[in-house]
Design a protein around this ligand. Sequence first.
Ligand SMILES: [Zn+2]
Ligand SMILES: [Zn+2]
Length: 442
Amino acid sequence: MKPRIFFISLVAALLIVFGTGSTFAGPTTLVYYDGHMHTTRSDGSGSVADIKATALSRGLNAVIITDHCNQLTLAEWESLVAECEAASDESFLALPGFEVTGSDGIFNRAHVNALGVEDPFVGNDEDCLCPEEVWLNPPNPAGTGALYPENITKWVDYIHSKGGIAVHNHPSGTTIPEYGVNNMEVYNQSHVDDVASYAKQLGYSDQEAWEFGITLNNFAVYGERDVNMLVPFPGFPTPIPLRNALYYATLGFTGVGQWLGAPEAPLNSWDDHLMAYVDGDVERPIFGLANSDAHNTVDADSIVGVAKNGVYLKNELSANELYKAIKAGRTFATTGPSLALDVNGELMGDTAYIFDGSADINLSVNSESPTCVLVKIDIIKNGEILQTIYPSTSTSPAWTYADILGDSVNQDGYYRVEVTSQDFVTGAYQFAWSNPVFVDIP
Ligand SMILES: [Zn+2]
Ligand SMILES: [Zn+2]
C-alpha cells in the first residue's frame, strides 16, 4: 500500500464543515464545559488543578474529568472525587466521570463516557471491576466493528442504572442505535490530532494531515453523505469509495483491514440517528457533543477546552443543571463560534409543534474571536442541507450573523445548524454544530 495514494483520496475528500447559530428566547445563561479529559490517574499528564487552570484560561465554566475506568483503583477514584470537590465553587465546576474503555483500534474504538455516575465499579467496590472488565469488548480481529456490541449496550445500561449519561466517544460513524447512548461526540479534538499525526508521520503536510483528521472525525456526523468520495486506487477498480480505501490502507499498514463500523455501507451518521427518532424507530434522540479528550493536561499546550460545548442553563450553574441540559440537548458543540438556535421559540433539544405549516428559524452566530470571521452557515433539515449562508467575505473581526429564516413544514423532522469560521491571521478553521430542534405536526 502506498500511503501517498491513500492520502490523495483523503485530500480530495476535504470536507466543508458547517456551522450554526441562533437567537434565544427566555431567561437562560450560556456556559461552556469540556466533558472528556484525562489525569495522571490514567494516561493523562496533569492533575485536576492543572486542568482547572487551563479551563479558566480558555473561558470554561466546567470540566468533566473522565479517566479510563480500567486504570483506576478505588483509592484513585475517591481521590478524583475529592480533588474535583475541592476545585469546584459557585463559578466553576470540576466533575468526576470516567471512560469505559473497550477495544482500541484506528477507527472502531468502543469507548463510552459515563457522566454523573458516583460509582464506576460494578458490584462490590473493593473488587474494583469496571463495566469493560465485567462485560468485555476485546479488539475484533476481523476489523468489522465491536466484537460484542451487546456488551456496549450493557455498559450503557449500567450507566443508566446509576442515573448517569452515556456518551459514545470518537465514534467515526460506528454508533448503532442498540447501544442506547444519550450523546455522541460529533467532534473529538484528540481523535483529529491523533489521525493527523499519523498522516504527518507518513510525510503529509500539516494541512493535508488536518484535513484527514477532520474527514475521519466527520464520518460520525455525516456518515458517507459528503465523504463517499470516489478514489483512484492502484490495483483496484478505480475509483473506489473512501471507506474501502481506508480498509485497504489499514490492511496494508497493519495486516488487518479495518472497516468503519462494518463492511456494509452506510455508516450510522448522526443525522441517521436523528431521523430514526423522527421516524419513531427509537425512543430518544442522540445529541451531539464536542470534547477535547485532552491527555496532555499538564502541558503548556494542553488542549483542555480547545473543543467544548456551549450550554444554555435555565438555572444557576450546578452539576445537576449541567447534566440536565446535556441530556436534554440544550447545547451546541464548538471549537470556537457560539450560536443560538430556536424554532418558533423552542430551544435546541426541544420540539416545536407546527399548526400553520410554517417554521421561524431564529439563528444567531458569533465567531467569538477578534481574528475570526464567519465564512459559512449551513441549515440542515432532516439530514439534508436546506440552506447555506455565506455571511462575510470581509475581515471584520468577530463577525456576527443574526436572522430569522422561514421554512414551510409539511412533515415531522428537525433543524440543526453548522457554522464554519476562519482565523484570518492563521488561516485555521473553527466549527460549531447545534443540536437539533425537532418539528412535529400534531
Ligand atoms: Zn477514548
Ligand atoms: Zn478519552
